[in-house]
Design a protein around this ligand. Structure first.
Ligand SMILES: [Zn+2]
Length: 340
């Protein structure tokens, strides 16, 4: 009889008391527990994360720009399509997790701070405006058939394993800019868009980016086309291509991108030159030939915030997604969105 009572007590303890003790952790502790368990008990964590529920920002309104339709979908469902559209699935799992947290943060920042950008939607599906969103069908069709299921599963897992996590500064989600390849050093936003900048978006160096195809590119444009492209924006421009001083880089930003470049009687910013000549970044050198100019370009994108190839490079050197995020965004914290 006594034995039966002890068994009964153990049964009650295991079924009711123990789970109650375990769930009494705060949400912050729960998220750091999730982080620590990623490698050791991935399956258990995925099922645990499935139970996560958002107190706010649980669903978003996505504008499909081709049909002009607005679709309301759970945020993490949206993020699977974003991460798979923004980062190659064969990147390291920690880089993909960093991308998932960055994309979630970017989305929630848009909802909080940029609600008037789209009339009836929080975000659209264009990388040039918001973030790239690709339909599952389209995404799968671009992968090798034998990798389709495993790639999709990998992206779903990184989103689920980081459920609810956002990057914060002063307890608010940050404006989490990201780009493809920094060319070795990221840029501050003031040098790209003007304005006052953000304390968490500083210029940082990352090694290993030179190993990616996005690191280096060349564009050669004939003198005639250089003049034509510039004239469409500056009708009064005059360039003497024979004068070696007429086309030259005047100065550079601290991250070594072109700040100002001179074309004859006109000076333009490196960022503007990037747009006019279709360069992959504003980090370029010029080589003048007799009838053309060659732009030798380092990096891909505006250079602000997280570099995706840099994230992959750091992950392959052993950094986890938290370390990657804290490398690219200064003095930030990663928090459960329900706790802020
Ligand atoms: Zn948009």
């Amino acid at each position: 009889m006594k034995k039966a009572f002890i068994y009964f007590f153990i049964f009650v303890f295991m079924c009711f008391i123990l789970p109650a003790i375990c769930t009494k952790t705060t949400s912050k502790e729960a998220s750091s527990e999730q982080i620590n368990n990623v490698d050791t008990n991935e399956k258990e964590e995925v099922s645990k994360n499935k139970e996560y529920s958002y107190n706010k920002y649980g669903s978003i309104k996505l504008l499909h720009t081709d049909t002009n339709q607005v679709e309301e979908i759970p945020i993490d469902e949206y993020l699977v399509n974003v991460v798979s559209g923004e980062m190659p699935a064969d990147y390291d799992i920690e880089a993909l997790k960093a991308q998932a947290v960055v994309a979630r943060t970017y989305t929630i920042y848009q909802i909080i701070n940029n609600s008037s950008k789209h009339e009836n939607a929080d975000v659209c599906d264009l990388s040039t405006c918001c973030q790239a969103w690709i339909s599952k069908e389209n995404r799968l069709s671009r992968w090798d058939e034998n990798l389709r299921q495993s790639n999709w599963q990998k992206i779903q897992d990184v989103v689920n394993q980081t459920k609810g996590l956002v990057i914060t500064y002063n307890n608010s989600p940050i404006n989490a800019f990201f780009h493809s390849n920094s060319g070795g050093t990221t840029e501050i936003p003031v040098n790209v868009w003007g304005g006052t900048g953000y304390p968490y978006l500083q210029s940082v160096e990352t090694s290993g980016e030179e190993g990616y195809s996005q690191y280096y590119s060349e564009v050669e444009i004939s003198n005639n086309d250089i003049l034509k492209k510039l004239k469409s924006k500056y009708p009064n421009i005059k360039i003497d291509f024979k004068n070696s001083d007429d086309i030259k880089i005047i100065d550079y930003t601290n991250s070594n991108r072109v700040k100002t470049i001179k074309f004859g009687n006109t000076q333009i910013s490196g960022v503007e030159a990037r747009t006019i000549f279709g360069l992959k970044s504003a980090n370029f050198e010029i080589v003048k030939n007799e009838s053309s100019i060659k732009f030798k370009v380092k990096g891909y994108g505006h250079g602000v915030g997280m570099s995706q190839t840099g994230a992959d490079s750091l992950a392959k050197s052993g950094s986890n997604y938290e370390e990657i995020i804290k490398h690219f965004y200064s003095n930030v914290e990663i928090k459960d969105v329900n706790s802020i």
